[in-house]
Each structure stands twice: as structure tokens, then as C-alpha cells.
Write a protein that binds this ligand. Structure first.
Ligand code: T4K
Length: 413
């Protein structure tokens, strides 16, 4: 990654690419660049797969990947999937969810899509402004006779209020499923995420800190559910040529499992890198009025895979979107995950047009949050430049704002 300006930054507006300066990076600096473990080990595994000509359907690497995950998380059953979206769909179906399921809107759209795809109504619940996670008090208010379950999302790898959600689900006779796509390697009250609710679903997509190229897994302590998940993942086959139930193709292939296994061996290293990056961002952005970095509970394990910034426009003098425009001009491709919230995306915007009024915290956060690059592909030097650009922007907020507003109004500047 070529950095074009570092020593020369004087924190004046002319330094910024939005005002005609050179972009800080020659190429796009992405959020979600994959972490890659030992390439030699991966290549050996791929060779072995090719030599044995066993590419998918009950392969030995998938079985090993499942075993290793179950051991690591101390959960009874792990069922690897081709991705987390299909994992969610299979888990939802295997749990027998129907009618309405309560979910946050402040999440990746796959969470809601998995329900809607199966003809289940995602009932959008607001989140807590501090934690960004499902607000259990509000969950309770949304339960109706049609509600069959609650789906919590451990957004950014930070666990939901599992204790309260478990209590509500038990008391109201509801299923509890967790979309744990972000939370592999995180813990809650000292236990690894994966042991909670009726089941939890992980993503090992390329952009996750631990990837299997594409991939996912459903984990559960319920043996009967695990059996169902395995059948549904493989068209419903219970024997060589007989199906027991309806199923789809949700299988993980052997090359994905080889990548997952290889990356599992470097998992601690990836987390250490993320943690160092997180600490550096925190230190270099400290004291900037109106900018706050989402924190993690230091008594728990976290994967630190998302660096989440909240931009308070009133205090900074510049909106999140204006800061984003500045960063993009520098080739820093920060993302506004999870803007605008599922409820403002189709088909939900049309189907549930009024729901926005009951989601004030989601609406607020969707306008404030920005995620910054981290992971193995990022270096301390890169972070220093990203932070210098943010500091420069805030220091010159009024001027930058004026410039961007004029440009938006079509005035040549
Ligand atoms: N639930 C939650 C809460 C989730 O966040 C997700 C997925 C799911 C469920 C479903 O999991 P999967 O079915 O995917 O296993 C990306 C990912 O595709 C998605 O997996 C992830 N969450 C979501 C948060 O991010 P996009 O639409 O932002 O992807 P895209 O193509 O814009 O890529 C993101 C960035 O990563 C880009 O800046 C480019 C960079 N990138 C991406 C890939 C694939 C790379 O540098 N290399 C790569 O190979 O959804």
C-alpha cells in the first residue's frame, strides 16, 4: 500500500484531497480486507484435497473444521455451512420459526432477509444507543401471539444482553437464535459465543476476521436440532438415497474448510493485530471532540474485527457523510455499516413503511457510524495517516463543510 503523504501533513485544509491535494493512498484502502494465514499450509491442504479427489459432501477437512470449532467454543455440535445467510435460513427452518420474529434493524441486511426469504415477518426492534445491540425492554413490547422467536445480533462482535433475552424467550415460550456472524472468538460472561440460545450462526466470509473464503456454521447444544440441521444442509438425505424432510444445499466445500482450518491456526495472531490496531486508533483519535470509538469489554474476549467510529455532527461541525467524503477522496474506503438500517431498504421500506418512527436509536446510529480499515492488511503507518486525515478534517471542519456544501450545490470550487 503506497502512502503518498505522511511526513508532509501539516493539518491544514490544503493537505486534503477534497481541496485538491493528492490522495493519501495510491490505491483503495478497504474495510474488510481478508486475513490470510499460512499460505504454504493452505496450499498443502488444497493439494491433498486434489490428490484425494474429494472436494465436498462430507469431506474430512469440513469434519475437522467442525470439530475444531466445537472444541474451541465448548459447544456440542457445529454444522458447517456454505455461508452464514444459508446457515441462518436453515437454522430458522430447523427451529420451526414462523409468523413473526423479532430482530434488530441495525444489522447487515442478511439478518432480515433470512427471515423474509422464508415468509416470516422480521419485526424490527430498536437497539440501545450505547451498545448498538437489541434492547430487551423493547423486545418484550413487540411480542404478539404471532411471535415465534427472537433473533439477536452480536453486532461488531460485542454480545447482546444474552441473559435478558434468554429470560424473555423462556418466559414467553419463544425460540432464541443468535446471528453471531461478527462474534466468532468473542465471549460473554466468560463463555464463548456459540453456547447460547437455541443456536448461533457464524460467518466465515472473506471480510470476517476469520474466513473460509465463503462459509458459515450453525452451532448448538441440542442434538436433535443438530441432526435436523445436517439433514437440511444436504437436501434432506438421511440415507444414501432417501430424504427425511425437505432440505437445501448448504454444504461447505473442502477448499473453504482448508482455508478455515488454516486461518484458525492463526486466529490468535489475527486478534492480536486487530487489538493493536484498535488501541492505536483509540490513542491517535483521543481527545477529538465529537468523535468516539466504540469500546469493548476488556474482561471478555473480543475479536476486534470492526473499528467503529461515531461522529457527532453537533460537536465536530461536520457530518458523518462529509467525513466519509473526505476519507474517500483520500482513497480511504471507510464504510457506513449498517446504513440506512434494514427497515429503510427494500422490500422492508415498502412493506413496513411506518416502522422508522419506532426505531429512533437505529435512525440515529445509522447517521453516525463509520467503520475504519483494520486487520492484517493494515499497518501502524497506515493507521497514523488515517488518523491524521481525520484530525485535519476536524481541525478545519467549518471550511471543509463549506467546501463540500458548495460542491453539493453545484458551485465550482
Ligand atoms: N449477519 C450479519 C450481521 C452479517 O454482517 C453478515 C455478513 C451476515 C449475516 C451474512 O454472512 P455471509 O452470508 O456473508 O456469510 C460484506 C460481506 O459480504 C458480508 O459477509 C458481511 N456480513 C458484510 C458486513 O460485509 P458488503 O456488501 O459490504 O461486501 P463488499 O463486497 O462491499 O466487501 C466489503 C469490503 O471488503 C470492500 O471494501 C472490499 C473488501 N474485500 C471484499 C472481499 C470479498 C476485499 O478486500 N477482499 C475480498 O475478497 O458485505
Amino acid at each position: 500500500m503506497t502512502i503518498t503523504k505522511y511526513d508532509s501533513l501539516k493539518e491544514t485544509i490544503s493537505d486534503l484531497a477534497v481541496s485538491g491535494g493528492r490522495p493519501a493512498f495510491e490505491n483503495g484502502l478497504h474495510v474488510g480486507r481478508p486475513n490470510i494465514g499460512d499460505r504454504v499450509k493452505f496450499a498443502q491442504r488444497v493439494d491433498d484435497i486434489l490428490d484425494r479427489r474429494w472436494l465436498t459432501n462430507g469431506g474430512q477437512y469440513v469434519e475437522e473444521f467442525e470439530r475444531r470449532i466445537a472444541d474451541l467454543l465448548k459447544v456440542e455440535h457445529c454444522v458447517a455451512m456454505c455461508n452464514a445467510t444459508v446457515g441462518l435460513e436453515i437454522a430458522i427452518r430447523a427451529l420451526g420459526l414462523d409468523g413473526e420474529v423479532i430482530v434488530p434493524s441495525f444489522t447487515f441486511v442478511a439478518t432480515a432477509n433470512a427471515l423474509q426469504w422464508l415468509g416470516i415477518t422480521p419485526v424490527f426492534c430498536d437497539v440501545d444507543r450505547q451498545t448498538h445491540l437489541l434492547d430487551p425492554g423493547k423486545v418484550e413490547q413487540l411480542i404478539t401471539p404471532l411471535t415465534s422467536g427472537i433473533m439477536g445480533v452480536h453486532l461488531w462482535g460485542r454480545p447482546c444482553d444474552i441473559e435478558s433475552l434468554t429470560e424473555i424467550a423462556r418466559r414467553r415460550g419463544l425460540k432464541l437464535l443468535f446471528d453471531s456472524a461478527h462474534a466468532f472468538g468473542s465471549s460473554y460472561q466468560g463463555r464463548m459465543i456459540g453456547c447460547f440460545g437455541d443456536a448461533e450462526v457464524f460467518s466465515f466470509h472473506a471480510t470476517k476476521f476469520l474466513n473460509s473464503l465463503e462459509g458459515g456454521a450453525v452451532v448448538t447444544n441440542d442434538a436433535a436440532l443438530a441432526h435436523k440441521l445436517r439433514l437440511m444442509r444436504n437436501f434432506g438425505f438421511s440415507t444414501y438415497d432417501q430424504t427425511d424432510s425437505i432440505g437445501v444445499n448448504g454444504k461447505m466445500n473442502e477448499v473453504s474448510a482448508a482455508m478455515g482450518l488454516t486461518n484458525l491456526e492463526s486466529m490468535d495472531e489475527f486478534i492480536a493485530v486487530n487489538l493493536n490496531h484498535y488501541k492505536q486508533y483509540k490513542e491517535e483519535l483521543a481527545g477529538l471532540e465529537g468523535i468516539s470509538l466504540l469500546s469493548f469489554d476488556e474482561n471478555e474476549r473480543s475479536n476486534y474485527q470492526y473499528v467503529v467510529l461515531e461522529v457527532d455532527e453537533v460537536k465536530t461541525g461536520i457530518s458523518r457523510d462529509q467525513l466519509l467524503a473526505v476519507l474517500h477522496a483520500e482513497n480511504i474506503l471507510a464504510r457506513r455499516y449498517f446504513y440506512p438500517g434494514c427497515h429503510r431498504m427494500e422490500p422492508y421500506r415498502t412493506l413496513y413503511a411506518d416502522v422508522q418512527f419506532s426505531l429512533p436509536q437505529t435512525e440515529y446510529l445509522a447517521e453516525q457510524v463509520l467503520t475504519l480499515p483494520t486487520g492484517q492488511a493494515i499497518t501502524p503507518e497506515i493507521i497514523s495517516v488515517v488518523c491524521a486525515i481525520i484530525r485535519t478534517t476536524l481541525k478545519n471542519a467549518a471550511e471543509v463543510r463549506k467546501l463540500l456544501e458548495k460542491r453539493a450545490a453545484g458551485v465550482t470550487v
